[in-house]
Design a protein around this ligand. Structure first.
Ligand SMILES: *Cc1c(COP(=O)(O)O)cnc(C)c1O
Length: 461
């Protein structure tokens, strides 16, 4: 049993609080939403994190998504070491940038051209600027509970830490800027249709997390026939559109594609979390988004983002066109090396990796849910491949309002009880859990056994 007040972590937290607001450099790390003190991590290997007091944890947040191959994955570490010996940065072009782009384009053929940046925030911010320039329009549609980084216009009704701390938007965002963002319920095509009707010719783009991860995991509605899933990547757009005309929108994402096309707006899939998580092509295959944003996994644990899409939009960027976007460390050699080692491995071992992590994720997600049921704790499990959330509510959870009904106090008790048993879950009800290729059957069985005890504590209140 790990004491919540491990002495070294506690001392390190006090020291960090002298330098950083809340002691952290990203808000959700502070554990405010679940209570208790965050352990300070010293190192990690495979599926395990080791803290400053020598405790070991099974990691279910994977650095918030990137560590799909597990920590300190040898090919990634070797690639970084090799690149570092050649100097960490030049500020000039390298072959490694095109090497990684070439790999990404195999999985994302709609990214005819792309740009590397240093974070997901930069990727979405730049994609929005491009969409506004391409359309000459100002308004952006996003969905409640989706998080697209912390640029001003995208913090409206955002997910992740914004949802965790119950902040409606953010102080410091001028209302003139927030007013350009329309936030709608996820999975609600009628609301999107109404927004286009209310603002004719004014909406530049619809941006969406195709599977929401930042309000907890919320998959898109795929309709009774599950059609685009089954035909993902194989059904030409015009065939699907003809099918939809006869049957109505087959699913939420296909509906977004149809509506944006009809109204001359761009469709942006923010796959910073889902890209290479749900499979090599994320969720974009079969939906033909105009722009895609990536991050997290494509950097293999180093700071990277990317945005890309159709030529006619991407060639609007400087130096070819009038849209300015730049970055001192964009395409950084260390990040490209880590990304290339990660994406290369994922593509070359696609079947084994994705089948294994989805199956193990299913085992742990269902196993823990069954323990909740036995203990009389109400849970709703949402899962998409190797990402999932146990919402402490009856469900179904189809949008942020549903997720917000969760008993966050009960989630906090669960989180603390699991942490004390060496299981590190994401420290918020509104974040997805992840499983990596390094996790084993023994890890997930240990997790289920810990959950059995943890739910006794939750049920006791
Ligand atoms: C994490 C995330 C971002 C922001 O990426 P950062 O690298 O943290 O700036 C944007 N969109 C989605 C969907 C994310 O999950």
């Amino acid at each position: 049993m790990i004491s919540a007040a491990s002495t070294h972590s506690k001392a390190l937290q006090r020291r960090a609080e002298r330098f950083f607001p809340g002691g952290v450099n990203s808000p959700v790390r502070a554990f405010r939403a679940v209570g208790g003190e965050p352990p300070f991590v010293e190192r990690a290997e495979g599926a395990y994190l080791y803290d400053a007091d020598g405790n070991r944890y099974i990691d279910y947040f994977g650095s918030w998504g990137p560590m799909i191959l597990g920590h300190a994955f040898p090919p990634v570490v070797q690639a970084i070491e090799h690149a570092a010996r050649n100097s960490p940065s030049f500020g000039a072009s390298t072959a490694a940038e095109a090497d990684l782009a070439e790999r990404i384009a195999i999985s994302y053929p709609m990214m005819e051209k792309m740009r590397f940046v240093s974070s997901g925030t930069e990727a979405t911010m730049s994609a929005i600027r491009l969409a506004r320039a391409a359309t000459g329009r100002k308004l952006i549609v996003k969905f409640e509970g989706c998080y697209h980084g912390h640029s001003d216009g995208l913090l409206v009704k955002a997910g992740s830490g914004v949802a965790t701390f119950g902040i409606p938007g953010s102080a410091g965002v001028p209302e003139e800027i927030a007013g350009l963002t329309i936030a709608l319920p996820f999975n609600d095509l009628e609301a999107v249709e109404a927004a286009f009707a209310a603002h004719p010719g004014a909406i530049a783009a619809v941006i969406v997390e195709p599977v929401v991860g930042n309000a907890g995991c919320i998959p898109p509605y795929t309709g009774p026939h599950d059609l685009p899933e089954k035909f993902a990547g194989r059904m030409p757009t015009r065939v699907r559109e003809a099918w939809e005309e006869m049957h109505g929108p087959a699913d939420f994402l296909a509906g977004l594609r149809t509506l944006t096309r009809k109204h001359g707006a761009l469709l942006i899939f923010d796959e910073v979390m889902t890209g290479f998580r749900l499979g090599p092509g994320g969720k974009s295959a079969g939906y033909d988004p105009d722009l895609v944003t990536l991050g997290k996994i494509i950097g293999g644990g180093l700071p990277v983002g990317a945005f890309g899409g159709k030529l006619r939009f991407m060639d609007l960027l400087a130096p070819l066109g009038p849209v300015y976007q730049a970055g001192t460390l964009s395409g950084n050699p260390l990040a490209m090396a880590a990304g290339l080692a990660t994406i290369g491995y994922l593509q070359d071992h696609e079947r084994e990796v994705y089948a294994k992590i989805a199956e193990l994720a299913q085992t742990v997600a269902l196993g823990v849910s069954q323990e909740a049921q036995k203990a009389g704790v109400v849970l709703c499990l949402n899962q998409a491949g190797s990402m999932w959330t146990w919402f402490f509510t009856r469900g179904p959870v189809r949008n942020y309002s549903d997720a917000a009904k969760s008993d966050t106090a009960a989630f906090g008790r669960f989180h603390r009880a699991m942490l004390e048993r060496g299981i590190w879950l994401p420290p918020s009800q509104f974040e997805a859990a992840f499983l990596s290729y390094a996790h084993t059957e023994a890890d997930v069985q240990a997790t289920i056994a810990s959950a059995r005890e943890a739910f006794q504590i939750v049920a006791a209140g």
